[in-house]
Design a protein around this ligand. Structure first.
Ligand SMILES: Cc1cc2nc3c(=O)[nH]c(=O)nc-3n(C[C@H](O)[C@H](O)[C@H](O)COP(=O)(O)OP(=O)(O)OC[C@H]3O[C@@H](n4cnc5c(N)ncnc54)[C@H](O)[C@@H]3O)c2cc1C
Length: 394
């Protein structure tokens, strides 16, 4: 009998297992893949994510893995260029964009170091349930089918979560996919910070990662996905050329070091994230368009919330239920606003209103920093969209 079984060992599951093990619980971490393994994802961390990595004692390992430090962000919108500093989250003004085959194994190793038992190559196929409460998991390995029991099963198994499916977690908010994206990695591209470029119908992101490679990503409307995937490489280069000719020139002097990766599955939903004997963290709980690069940071925040709320009460059924209820409530309250903010970015519309805001703030560095601070989750929307801004925009 375990205290906690965590299903999925990436950026939501591994830190959950780590923090639960550090709290003294007996933890089993099950992962269907074998690490190190890459995953479809770019990997920009916002400052609150970096602050949590530091709090968990794993930031130094990430720095040592050769990730380029990032301390600025720029955005070009219809010829207006904003350059901002990263506002601090718990004193952190530098961030990173580690490849997932770097980040995820560091987190899984930290879970093991904390005392969690980590089993790879284990696919959870179902849940054990008694009297309406989840009491364990069924899983399959190359060696056969097994079961394990626990007081709490945490689904950190991504947007197509098996745990969410088996508990029939209700979907609280859902929207159709709005964008699709293609990206690749480039060598020899001089990039030192997070660069964004946008025009109606296209958005580009450039971010230095590790091992001297820079991610260059293009977003398109979902409605164009079928057409674009017929020749994604041509559409990708064309999006770059027509959105930022200057970036296109820089790329022609660089080398595309990997194939193109892409997805049209930019699902948008918030699920009920806890119930009797179960909880969901990361994409299993809440998935949104990747354009705001918030998924990993949000997963870290959810993990910290869940483990803080449970604290030392896991063996007390009433207190555990109260902690899980509070987590489910707070997840909905704290993440739904940013979810809608992300959807508005994913519309890929540079409206006259948006342009007026960008033009009005461009001479005011403090406002520019706050503009990017909202994107990073360091500033509340009201700290930017307020009367001061209204006066400036006129
Ligand atoms: C194109 C793209 C770009 C993105 N860019 C960014 C970005 O720049 N910054 C950012 O913060 N976020 C970004 N995201 C989002 C980010 O990738 C996710 O939010 C993040 O991966 C969520 O982590 P997770 O641990 O919840 O789920 P996942 O990373 O999906 O991990 C789930 C794990 O569970 C395992 N698993 C699944 N089912 C089972 C099962 N039945 N049994 C056992 N194991 C199972 C899987 O093998 C996997 O390892 C991007 C996403 C995409 C698609």
């Amino acid at each position: 009998m375990y205290d906690v079984i965590v299903v999925g060992a990436r950026c939501a599951g591994a830190p959950t297992a780590m923090l639960m093990a550090r709290a003294g619980y007996r933890v089993l971490l099950l992962e269907k893949a074998h690490f190190p393994k890459d995953k479809l994802s770019s990997h920009y961390l916002h400052q609150p994510g970096v602050a949590l990595l530091d709090r968990w004692g794993v930031l130094e390992k990430l720095r040592a893995a050769g990730c380029t430090p990032i301390d600025r962000v720029s955005c070009e919108t219809a010829g207006v260029r904003l350059v901002g500093s990263l506002l601090p989250a718990d004193g952190h003004t530098t961030t990173y964009a580690p490849r997932r085959y770097v980040l995820d194994p560091i987190l899984a190793a930290a879970a093991v170091e904390a005392g969690a038992e980590f089993r790879e190559g284990c696919t959870v196929t179902g849940l054990l349930q008694e009297d309406g409460r989840v009491t364990g998991v069924k899983y399959r390995t190359a060696g056969g089918e097994f079961t394990e029991r626990a007081r709490l099963v945490v689904g950190a198994d991504g947007m197509r979560s098996t745990v969410a499916r088996h508990v029939q977690a209700p979907v609280i908010v859902e929207h159709a996919p709005m964008s699709c994206t293609y990206y690749s990695y480039w060598e020899g591209l001089n990039a030192s910070h997070w660069e964004l470029y946008e025009r109606t119908g296209r958005s580009l992101g450039v971010v230095p990662t590790n091992d001297g490679r820079t991610l260059v990503m293009a977003y398109f409307p979902q409605a164009e996905f079928r057409q674009i995937r017929k020749d994604a490489q041509a559409a990708y280069l064309e999006a770059i050329r027509t959105t930022s000719p200057e970036l296109s020139d820089r790329l022609s002097a660089a080398r595309q070091a990997e194939r193109l990766y892409g997805t049209g599955e930019q699902l948008n939903f918030v699920r009920q994230s806890a119930g009797p004997g179960w909880a969901l963290v990361g994409d299993a709980a809440h998935h949104k368009d990747s354009i705001a690069a918030r998924g990993i940071t949000d997963a870290f925040r959810q993990v910290q919330m869940l483990t803080d709320y449970i604290g030392t009460d896991l063996h007390d059924p009433k207190a555990l239920t109260a902690a899980c209820d509070r987590y489910a409530r707070d997840l909905e309250e704290k993440f739904v606003e940013a979810y809608h903010g992300t959807l508005s970015v994913a519309e890929l519309k540079v409206t006259e209103e948006k342009l007026a805001v960008v033009r009005a703030i461009s001479p005011h560095q403090e406002l520019v920093d706050r503009y990017f601070g909202v994107l990073s989750g360091v500033c509340a929307a009201e700290e930017f969209y307020n009367e001061e801004l209204e006066r400036l925009v006129g």
